[in-house]
Design a protein around this ligand. Structure first.
Ligand code: SF4
Length: 598
């Protein structure tokens, strides 16, 4: 590992990169509250990489926490690196300008460790773009002693086999406690100049949450996995999620960075609870991040005040998978209102649960900025909600909606999903019926129907969920769902309802990348070399490039997406944290029974 202070890179960026790109603010750094530690060559230099553009990365709470946390360590420094948009990437290639940090404009290849926070499978090619621009070999096996170690983390680490060829190691689970332990060990190895292979072996032996893909191999029989085993005797074959034990006192930034370019969410964001007491059977976040932990009101209020005074943001966002389940939400909202309402600072809550929101709606009407009411219904029929274990009744849903209308709400956002087991055409038509009913109910309390915006996405049977054994429905099925919903909307003359459908091909790719094994590494590489990048961005996503890459690798993309795993199959993700198999299988069988598919 090596580190040299930057020489003229900053000047070159100013004269050669910034004038040539559409949004130079993404590449400047130097924002209010940025942290630049005094340079010490012996420190461990960590590049926090986010494989999407600045505006997205700066809205990511994990990025904010890790940045602040690593910079508190006295033996380490942390600088940010976001993925350059296509215009900047082209200039950087053309002028041989390396990927670099925002803080000190240090070339990424000169750092000791690059840690990628990966939240979606549709960023895989961006990771390769960042490595290429950094001048680091894309394949872990081709890296040498001089290259940084490439670390992965985030939700994707729980199903990271498709990325196995590109990463040296992954933290499986939550990073706040695990990362400092890992960095301390890496700092020791830097001081001792330990060779790269020895470092990885030491870490793999030491930490039950650290996965080093190159130390393991799979055996296959055709498409099936027949074995997963270590290449070094004695290494563990199952990794446990790293879990933050003392969530109350886990690191929370007090002075978040104020972005230069408007970020997607420009607000004080405080995580009030981790995990969710619900167990919706499609929900990876809930099944793979346990147990449920909550922060005290005191801690949240004090952090909100500190963040507000350090940034001037005008909204406080209370984050969690399911903030309505925060046990003292009423009291928390009161406490925050008491302080922030006179300052004209609003509160923002993510989507609410209908059974919990009744009591909150009046308070929200008084205090929360009203973009509208957001409810994740997921399935329109009560029968399907039982299949997915989302216990909402229509009666409760309508009660909550009525209360919102009585309190002046005019807009409602509904989230649905299609592709569940046991789903019928009636269930699908019900999506249009229910959305229209929700819109029309407003007439009982006010003039005119509500504006309802209904987003429909396609079920991705995610790893570590009970539905993970199922295949995804074929693309044609989802095309048909769209048609049924739109036909029904037309029949109902539901002009107050607007439907938005997710990209079918994008969700197909996401399914394959979430559920596949490490044989997909070649596909990702082919797709990237063929030009795939920023696949999450509609204007950039080119499905044909992926079809070509799958076909070149001799892998049937559609068959893989629809692959139904058997209960005894070795799953490509089963060694990577998550709940016990028997627990998931119990839920899976219960879902099939409800759906009459067992
Ligand atoms: S309520 Fe939301 S976060 Fe909780 S399990 Fe269901 S889908 Fe997941």
């Amino acid at each position: 590992m090596k580190y040299t202070k930057p020489e003229n890179l900053e000047n070159r960026l100013t004269t050669e990169l910034l004038p040539a790109v559409r949004s130079p603010g993404r590449y400047i750094g130097g924002e209010f509250n940025q942290i630049v530690k005094a340079f010490r060559a012996d420190d461990l230099h960590f590049g926090l990489c986010f494989p999407d553009i600045y505006e997205i990365g700066m809205s990511n709470t994990a990025v904010s926490i890790i940045y602040d946390l690593v910079n508190t360590l006295d033996y380490a420094s942390c600088e940010r690196i976001f993925c350059p948009w296509t215009d900047a990437a082209a200039v950087m290639r053309d002028k041989s300008l390396p990927l670099h940090t925002l803080e000190t404009k240090t070339a990424a290849c000169e750092l000791d460790v690059l840690g990628f926070s990966v939240t979606t499978e549709l960023c895989n090619t961006n990771i390769l773009l960042m490595l290429e621009l950094a001048g680091i070999p894309l394949l872990a096996g081709e890296r040498g002693e001089e290259d940084p170690l490439i670390l992965g983390g985030g939700q994707i680490a729980n199903c990271c086999e498709p990325l196995a060829d590109f990463f040296d190691m992954f933290i499986v689970g939550e990073a706040e406690d695990a990362l400092p332990e890992l960095l301390e060990r890496l700092h020791m190895h830097k001081t001792a100049a330990t060779p790269r292979k020895e470092i990885l072996l030491d870490l793999a032996k030491r930490f039950e949450w650290l996965y080093v893909p190159s130390l393991y191999e799979f055996e296959y029989d055709g498409e099936e996995i027949t074995a997963f085993k270590p290449l070094v005797e004695g290494l563990r074959c199952r990794f446990e999620n790293a879990v933050v034990k003392d969530f109350e006192n886990a690191h929370l930034p007090q002075k978040p960075i104020v972005p230069f370019v408007q970020a997607v969410h420009e607000r004080v964001s405080i995580e009030v609870m981790r995990s969710c007491p619900g167990r919706c059977r499609f929900c990876q976040a809930s099944f793979s991040r346990r147990p449920v932990r909550v922060r005290s009101i005191e801690k949240i209020v004090e952090t909100a005040k500190a963040n507000y005074h350090a940034t001037g943001f005008d909204t406080i966002s209370l984050l969690s998978l399911s903030t309505a389940d925060y046990p003292w939400l009423n009291e928390l909202v009161d406490r925050l209102n008491e302080y922030f309402t006179p300052l004209k600072v609003g509160l923002s809550l993510p989507s609410l649960k209908v059974d919990k929101q009744l009591e909150l709606v009046p308070k929200m009407a008084a205090s929360v900025r009203k973009g509208g009411l957001t409810i994740a219904v997921e399935a329109a029929s009560e029968k399907l909600r039982r299949v997915i274990n989302k216990p909402i009744t229509d009666e409760n849903l309508f009660k909550a909606i009525d209360q919102a209308y009585q309190n002046g709400y005019q807009r409602v956002k509904l989230y649905f999903m299609a592709g569940f087991p046991g789903e019928t055409e009636d269930d699908i038509r019900r999506i249009a019926d229910l959305s229209n009913d929700v819109a029309q109910r407003r007439r009982r309390f006010a003039k005119g129907a509500a504006e309802v915006s209904a987003a429909v996405s396609w079920l991705i049977p995610k790893p570590h969920t009970p539905l993970g054994w199922m295949g995804q429905k074929p693309a044609q099925y989802f095309e048909n769902v769209k048609k049924i919903i739109l036909d029904r909307k037309y029949e109902l003359n539901a002009r107050s309802v607007r439907f938005k459908f997710h990209e079918i091909e994008g969700s197909l790719l996401e399914t394959v990348m979430a559920r596949g094994d490490r044989r997909l590494g070649g596909v990702i590489l082919n797709a990237y070399k063929g030009g795939a990048c920023f696949d999450l961005w509609r204007e950039n996503f080119d499905f044909q490039l992926w079809k070509n890459a799958f076909s070149d690798a001799g892998i049937d993309l559609y068959k893989l997406a629809q692959k139904q795993y058997g209960e005894d199959d070795i799953l490509p993700w089963q060694h990577l944290g998550g709940p016990e198999r028997d627990y998931l299988l119990k839920h899976y069988r219960a879902a099939l029974e409800e759906a009459n598919e067992s």
